[in-house]
Design a protein around this ligand. Structure first.
Ligand code: DQQ
Length: 539
């Protein structure tokens, strides 16, 4: 960040300039992490979509390479849209992606590395068989895109999903292939829903039951559940179920938009995400596009648009009912100066400044002990929409047990603040914990969208501390409640609280006292993100 560019981040992935959207084909190969992404080489708005390509040894520091795919062939002339990579036998990675063809039809294409002995996989060759899947047999050519990473069944055939819309509803088409070039569509989609619109960027992968490790996409381990993610309605939703590879039957535990079930990777700004299996550390890692919350005119003015989330490792929770996400451990290498408190009482209606670190670029962990939990407010049965409760009961709205949490990217006088906090309610002898990210006072500027985000979090405060971790990086705050049970990402654009003028506080705006059992805050160093492009010419 600089005076002219106060919203550039220090340790989130971003290209030097222009438009970026979906992460594509993330991959670990021969000691190197690869990230491809939807990119406009010419402007800070969507268009001319190419696959930009960057590599890393640690998921923190990155080197930008030449673009892997550019829209220059009849089968992708109107854009090289989203897709995935799959590692075939004998360590051969391939790309499947959507092309928007000469007639603006969506088709699926294949590309392979030009030179497998180049560990950076800089050059990619599009298959002479392209397009390899076309919108035939009644498939809507405008809604046929975003192939997943393929997986291999016990019969040796490869399977892949493609997002699709039929009669206004979302579905994941299933294709099978022996040779990865000729694909046959299965009669039935893997899954579909009448309650959602088009599914963009589907993702389908196993997670271990009661396990500490991620699972390879083609794994046939028994003790797994499968996750199906689809992007629609501006959010990334997922469902859990049991997948039988012999029949390709996916029987779900809960379905999309079922009564009250609204499982999302993130309850803030987070879209078109994609996972991959990291065979080096045996973990599954999630990447996601984090959009701006500002208007396009401002994107053009600042010359860039879009971030990627900090990659998160994903596991199934002990309850088996949801996923747990946590920033990859490598990000902790950037932790520098630390301040910490233990057993600090936070009286009702009080605020505590956490000084001594650069609060615009920080990693904060805090946990709370509640002693007066029985005094929690009664939950009104009509309060079913957590985001709505968070936007009505903002951080400045007094409660009993809560709101307590942190104020980040705050100005010294607190006129600017982004509040991440919890409120506890009582309901039928049980406790309900609400987590909010309140952007309503995040900026004195008029332009940004300041909507609040929120979710209920599966914590029983009688038995557990309430914990929060927030990664703060100039214009993004990624928050993880209850050790990764609820994630909320917000984009904010403070006018005063920039660089050294940003402050961090813990606060309790309930009537009852709470105790900070532990607080740790670190300055974050800047990640090294550099360019090593040969062919790209300046425009
Ligand atoms: N972005 C891509 C599409 C995808 C959408 C185009 C999701 O392939 O459906 O840039 O953000």
């Amino acid at each position: 960040a600089s005076t002219e560019q106060p919203y550039r981040t220090a340790y989130h992935f971003q290209p030097p300039k222009n438009w970026m959207n979906d992460p594509n084909g993330p991959l670990y190969y021969k000691g190197i992490y690869h990230l491809f992404y939807q990119y406009n080489p010419y402007a800070a708005v969507w268009g001319n979509i190419s696959w930009a390509h960057s590599i890393s040894y640690d998921l923190v520091n990155w080197i930008h390479l030449d673009h892997a795919l550019s829209p220059e062939d009849p089968f992708d002339i109107n854009g090289c849209w989203s897709g995935s990579t799959t590692i075939l036998s004998r360590e051969k990675p391939v790309i499947l992606y959507t092309g928007s063809d000469t007639e603006n039809r969506q088709v699926q294409n294949l590309a392979v590395p030009k030179n497998l002995s180049d560990p950076f996989l800089v050059e990619w060759v599009k298959s002479s068989h392209n397009p390899i899947m076309t919108p035939v047999d009644g498939i809507d050519p405008q809604n046929f895109r975003d192939p997943t990473t393929a997986w291999q069944g016990p019969d040796g055939l490869w399977r892949v999903l493609v997002g699709n819309r039929m009669n206004g509803h979302g579905r994941a088409l299933l294709y099978r292939s022996q040779d990865f070039v000729s694909w046959t569509r299965s009669k039935d989609p893997l899954h579909s829903s009448t309650k959602t619109d088009m599914w963009e960027c589907p993702d389908f992968y196993p997670v271990a039951i009661d396990g500490k490790y991620g699972v390879d996409t083609s794994s046939q381990e028994k003790f797994t559940k499968h996750v199906l993610k689809a992007s629609f309605n501006h959010h990334d939703y997922y469902i859990l179920g049991n997948y039988t590879p012999t029949t390709d039957n996916f029987s779900v535990d809960t379905d999309f938009m079922d009564n009250g079930s609204d499982l999302r990777y993130d309850y803030g700004q987070f879209y078109a995400s994609k996972t991959f299996f990291d065979s080096a550390k045996k973990r599954r890692i999630l990447w996601s596009w984090i959009q701006e919350s500002e208007n396009t005119t401002y994107d053009i003015k600042k010359g860039w648009s879009g971030l990627q989330s900090i990659p998160r490792s994903i596991l199934l929770s002990k309850t088996g009912k949801q996923l747990i996400q946590w920033p990859v451990e490598e990000i902790e290498e950037l932790r520098a100066k630390n301040v910490s408190y233990q057993s600090k009482q936070l009286k009702g209606g009080s605020i505590l400044e956490v000084s001594g670190i650069t609060a615009s670029q920080a990693d904060v962990e805090i946990s709370f002990d509640l002693s007066n939990i029985k005094e929690a407010e009664l939950m009104d049965p009509s309060w079913v929409d957590p985001q709505l409760i968070c936007s009505q009961k903002t951080a400045s709205f007094r409660g009993s047990v809560g709101p307590f949490g942190i104020l980040v990217l705050a100005s010294e006088d607190l006129t600017e603040q982004t509040a991440i906090f919890f409120r506890i309610f009582r309901s039928n002898g049980k406790y309900v914990v609400l987590m909010c990210s309140d952007q309503s006072r995040s900026s004195l500027r008029e332009g940004p969208n300041k909507a609040s985000y929120g979710a209920f979090i599966d914590i029983d405060p009688l038995y557990e501390k309430i914990s929060l971790r927030s990664l703060i990086d100039h214009s993004i705050v990624e928050s993880f409640g209850g050790e990764g049970r609820v994630c909320i990402t917000a984009r904010v654009y403070p006018k005063l609280a920039i660089d050294e003028q940003a402050y961090l506080f813990a606060f309790n705006n309930g009537t009852f006292d709470v105790t900070i059992s532990n607080l740790n805050a670190w300055n974050m160093k800047k990640a090294q993100i550099v360019s090593a492009t040969k062919r790209r010419k300046p425009h």
